[in-house]
Design a protein around this ligand. Structure first.
Ligand code: BGC
Length: 760
C-alpha cells in the first residue's frame, strides 16, 4: 500500500509527547495536538505567534460560510455554491516580548522544548527555555484545555520564570477574528461590538454571508497586579501589560475564555449579555482541570481498549478514541462528524457517509444516545435532502455527499449527482441503530419518515430495464474510480435493503401502532399502494453474481482492462495528484471497498464462502486511496482467518495520524478513519457483529499481542471482553444476564465471567 510510518512522537500508553521542536513538522503537530469538546476545536498552534509554516485553526461545530465563488457550471442539479466550516477566532492570541525581542519559535534561540498531550485529562502542556538575549534566559510553560462539560469555555495558563538574568516582559493577550481561512485565502468575519476593561475583553463578530455570530470574551488573573492597557484593532481586542522579573522569579497568568455561538440571529446586545454573564461565572483552571480529569476517567471506564504487549498500538488506539470522543459525543443533534473533525480545513469540515458507515458503530457500542443524535441530525435535515432530490429531478430525499447544514456542499457533480451511498447509508444507520437499541419509538416517529423519503428517492432515481429488471443507471458507488456505471452492486444492494426495511417497518407499524402508521403516511403523503409497489423494485433489483457467488461490482466490471496495481510506482501515489483525472477510470483498479463494503455492513446476510470468493477477487485490485479502506479489509480478512493479512491492514490503522502514514496529517486528523481503527479492533480482532439478532463475538488475537481488552455497552449491559493467547473472558460489568453468540454458539453471560478457549 506504500504507506510508511514517520515515527516521531514519544511512545507512551497515555501521553503523546514531542521532545525537541522540529520546524518541518510544525503543522503536523498542530493537528496532532488538537483539542476539542464537540462544541469547538482548536489546533495545537503556538498561541504566541509563529512566522513559520502554520495553520492557526479554531473551529466551531456547525459554524460555516458559503463559498465566495459560485460554481461556473450552471447546469441543473450541479451544486451552485458550496459551504465549509469556517476558521473562526483565535481566543488564545498571545504575544510576548522580552526586552523588545518578540518570541517566535521560528527563529528564537530555544532549548528543552517539550509538548505533552495527556489523554487522561485532555490537557496540553508545552514548555521550553528561551534566550532572548545574551544575559537573559526564561522558562515558559503554556497550558491549555477546553472544558468538557461547560463546552463554551476554554482555558490557558502561561508561566514565565527568569532562569538567568532579569526579564523585562511585555505581554499582549487578546481575541482575534482576523483568522485567515487558508483554503479560501481570506477572512470571513466582520466585527460587531467589542469592549474591554482592565482585566477582561470581549468581542462579537459575525460571518459575512451566513450571519452566524460568535461571542468571544476572556478575563485574566495574574500572580502580580497588572497595569493593563487596552489594545484595539479591526476584529481584535486585547490587553497589554509589562512584567519585570528578577532572576528566579516566576510570573503566571491564567486566561478564562468563553465562546458562545449563535446561529439563530439573536441581537448583539442579548448575546453580549449572555456572554458576559457566562464569563463572570467561569470557575478557575484548576477546578475545571479536576472536573475534566473525572470526565475522562468516566469516558475511559467505558470506552478504553487495553492492549498488552504492544505499546505503540496501545497509544494509537487511545489517541483515536480520545480524538473521536473530543470530536463528537452526542452533545447536540445539530452536530455531525466532519471527515477531519474539528482539526483542520481539509474536506471543508464536512460530514460524509463515513458517519453512518464508519463512525456509528463506535457510538452504538459505547454511547447509544450519541448514536441516536447522529441519526436525528439526518431527521432535522430531511427537508434539505428533499430539496436536493428535486434538483436531481427525483422524488423523496437524497442525502448529501458532504454537508454541514444538510444542503449538498459537494460541487463535484460526479460525486454529488451520482453517488447515493449517503442516502442508503442513512437508512442503514437507522436499521443498525434499531437493531442494536430496539428503539421503536425513534423508528416510528422520526426514523420512518426518513426511510420513506429515501425509499421514494431510490424508486424515482432507479429505473426498469427492457427485460424487467430494476436498478440504478449512470451512478458511482463507493469505488470512485468507476463513474457513470450501471447496476453498481453496492448501490443496488443497499437500495434493495432500504426498500425492504421501509416496507417491513410500515407493515409492522400498521399491525401494532396504527396511530404512528397513519401519521407517517399522512406526513409523507404516502398511500399504502405506493409503498407496497416498492416491493417489486426490491425483488427485481439486479445484483450481478456468478455461480460461485462472485458479485460483479457493476455491469461490465469483469470486462474492464486489467491493471496490476503493484506495477504502479510508489511515487505516483496519491494517484489523484499524479494521474490525469480520467486515467483512473480506464481499468479495473478499485479505490476502496465497494462489494466488500456491503459484505461488511450486512455481514450476517452473506455466507463465509461468498465473502471469501469476493475478498479474494477484489482485495488484489484495491489501492486503498481512501483511509477508510484498509480497516474494512482487515475486518473481513480476520473473519476469513487470514490473520497475517488482517494484521498488515491493521498496522497503520491506529497510528494513521500519529505516524503520518498518508503524509497529510498537517491538513487535519483523519477523524472518520480513526473510527475505523476502533472497528478494526472490536469488529476485526474481536469479531463483534451487531447486524444479527444477538450480539456476536468471534475473537482472535494478533500474534504480536499478549492480550487485549475492550468494553462495549449493549442493550444497557456493560460487557468487558479480554482476549489472550489462550482464553477469551467475557464479563458482565453492569446489567442483567444476556444471551450472546460466541464463535457462533449461543451462550449466556451472567455475573460470573464466561471463559472459553481462544480460536486459533
Ligand atoms: C472517500 C469517501 C469518503 C471521503 C471522506 C474520500 O476519499 O472516497 O468515501 O467519504 O473521502 O472521508
Amino acid at each position: 500500500m506504500g504507506k510508511i510510518a514517520d515515527m516521531y512522537y514519544m511512545v507512551n500508553p497515555w501521553i503523546v509527547s514531542e521532545k525537541g521542536f522540529e520546524k518541518s513538522r510544525s503543522e503536523v503537530s498542530e493537528s496532532i495536538f488538537s483539542l476539542a469538546n464537540e462544541y469547538m476545536g482548536i489546533r495545537g498552534y503556538f498561541e504566541e505567534g509563529y512566522s513559520g509554516e502554520t495553520l492557526i485553526g479554531s473551529y466551531f461545530n456547525g459554524v460555516y460560510e458559503n463559498s465566495p465563488k459560485e460554481n461556473h457550471v450552471k447546469y441543473k442539479g450541479i451544486v451552485a455554491r458550496s459551504h465549509f466550516m469556517v476558521n473562526a477566532v483565535d481566543w488564545l492570541y498571545t504575544r510576548i516580548w522580552c526586552d523588545n525581542t518578540p518570541l517566535d519559535l521560528a527563529n528564537a534561540e530555544i532549548d528543552n522544548f517539550e509538548r505533552h498531550l495527556d489523554l487522561r485529562t485532555g490537557i496540553l502542556i508545552r514548555s521550553f527555555h528561551w534566550k532572548p538575549n545574551k544575559e537573559t534566559k526564561v522558562k515558559l510553560i503554556f497550558k491549555r484545555m477546553l472544558n468538557m462539560e461547560e463546552v463554551t469555555q476554554g482555558y490557558q495558563t502561561i508561566s514565565i520564570e527568569a532562569l538567568e538574568g532579569e526579564a523585562n516582559l511585555t505581554i499582549l493577550m487578546g481575541v482575534d477574528f482576523n483568522m485567515l481561512h487558508k483554503g479560501e485565502g481570506q477572512n470571513f468575519w466582520q466585527e460587531q461590538v467589542k469592549s474591554a476593561n482592565h482585566d477582561s475583553a470581549t468581542m462579537i463578530a459575525e460571518t459575512i454571508t451566513t450571519k452566524q455570530k460568535i461571542y468571544a470574551g476572556f478575563s485574566i488573573v495574574a500572580s502580580k497586579s497588572l497595569d493593563t492597557r487596552i489594545v484595539e484593532r479591526d476584529k481584535f481586542i486585547g490587553l497589554k501589560f509589562n512584567v519585570k522579573l528578577k532572576e528566579s522569579e516566576v510570573f503566571s497568568v491564567e486566561r478564562k475564555a468563553t465562546m458562545i455561538v449563535n446561529k439563530t440571529g439573536i441581537n448583539e446586545e442579548n448575546l453580549n449579555q449572555t456572554g458576559s454573564q457566562a464569563l463572570k461565572s467561569q470557575v478557575s483552571f484548576n477546578i475545571v482541570f479536576e472536573r475534566n480529569r473525572k470526565y475522562w476517567e468516566n469516558v475511559w471506564s467505558k470506552e478504553d481498549i487495553q492492549i498488552e504487549g504492544d505499546t505503540r498500538n496501545q497509544q494509537g488506539i487511545r489517541y483515536c478514541i480520545f480524538q473521536l470522543h473530543q470530536t463528537y459525543h452526542g452533545q447536540d443533534p445539530n452536530h455531525n462528524i466532519g471527515a477531519k473533525g474539528l482539526t483542520g480545513e481539509a474536506y471543508g469540515g464536512l460530514a460524509f457517509w463515513d458517519t453512518e458507515t464508519c463512525c456509528l458503530p463506535f457510538y452504538l457500542l459505547t454511547n447509544l444516545a450519541a448514536a441516536k443524535n447522529l441519526l436525528e441530525f439526518r431527521y432535522y435535515t430531511l427537508s434539505q435532502a428533499k430539496e436536493r432530490a428535486k434538483q436531481l429531478d427525483c422524488e423523496g430525499a437524497c442525502y448529501p455527499i458532504a454537508t454541514l447544514n444538510g444542503h449538498e456542499a459537494c460541487d463535484l457533480w460526479q460525486h454529488a449527482s451520482l453517488q447515493f451511498q449517503p442516502s442508503t447509508g442513512v437508512a442503514y444507520g437507522i436499521w443498525h441503530y434499531v437493531n442494536v437499541s430496539h428503539d421503536k419509538e425513534f423508528l416510528y416517529s422520526h426514523g420512518i419518515e426518513v426511510l420513506i423519503e429515501i425509499s421514494r428517492f431510490l424508486v424515482s432515481r432507479g429505473a426498469w430495464s427492457a427485460n424487467g429488471e430494476f436498478g440504478f443507471f449512470g451512478v458511482m458507488g463507493p469505488d470512485e474510480f468507476q463513474m457513470m456505471v450501471n447496476h453498481n452492486a453496492y448501490t443496488n444492494y443497499m437500495a434493495k435493503r432500504t426498500l425492504e426495511y421501509t416496507i417491513e417497518v410500515l407493515e409492522e407499524m400498521k399491525a401494532i401502532d396504527r396511530t404512528n402508521f397513519h401519521s407517517a403516511l399522512e406526513k409523507c403523503g404516502l398511500l399504502e399502494k405506493e409503498y407496497q409497489s416498492w416491493q417489486v423494485c426490491a425483488e427485481k433489483m439486479v445484483v450481478l453474481k456468478d455461480e460461485n457467488g462472485l458479485i460483479e461490482q457493476h455491469d461490465g466490471f469483469f470486462k474492464l482492462p486489467q491493471l496490476d496495481i503493484h506495477s504502479i510506482p510508489i511515487d505516483e501515489f496519491p494517484l489523484y495528484d499524479h494521474w490525469s483525472y480520467d486515467r483512473i477510470y480506464r481499468n479495473n483498479m478499485i479505490k476502496q471497498p465497494d462489494v466488500l463494503m456491503f459484505l461488511f455492513l450486512y455481514n450476517q446476510s452473506f455466507g463465509l464462502a461468498e465473502k471469501q470468493v469476493n475478498y479474494e477477487f477484489y482485495e488484489p485490485k484495491t489501492i486503498h486511496e481512501s483511509s477508510l479502506s484498509p480497516s474494512i479489509h482487515s475486518i473481513l480478512a480476520s473473519e476469513l482467518g487470514k490473520d497475517q493479512e488482517a494484521y498488515q491492514f491493521f498496522e497503520f490503522a491506529t497510528r494513521m495520524d500519529l505516524d503520518n502514514f498518508n503524509r497529510n496529517t498537517r491538513e487535519g486528523l483523519h477523524t472518520t478513519s480513526i473510527a475505523s481503527a476502533w472497528m478494526n479492533i472490536v469488529y476485526g480482532f474481536g469479531g463483534v457483529r451487531t447486524d444479527g439478532k444477538e450480539l456476536m463475538l468471534s475473537p482472535t488475537i494478533p500474534e504480536k499481542w499478549e492480550s487485549y481488552t475492550f468494553k462495549i455497552t449493549y442493550q444497557e449491559r456493560l460487557i468487558q471482553v479480554t482476549v489472550d493467547r489462550k482464553a477469551v473472558k467475557i464479563s458482565l460489568l453492569r446489567g442483567d444476564t444476556i444471551k450472546v453468540q460466541i464463535y457462533h454458539e449461543v451462550k449466556e453471560i451472567t455475573n460470573i465471567p464466561l471463559v472459553i478457549d481462544t480460536r486459533k
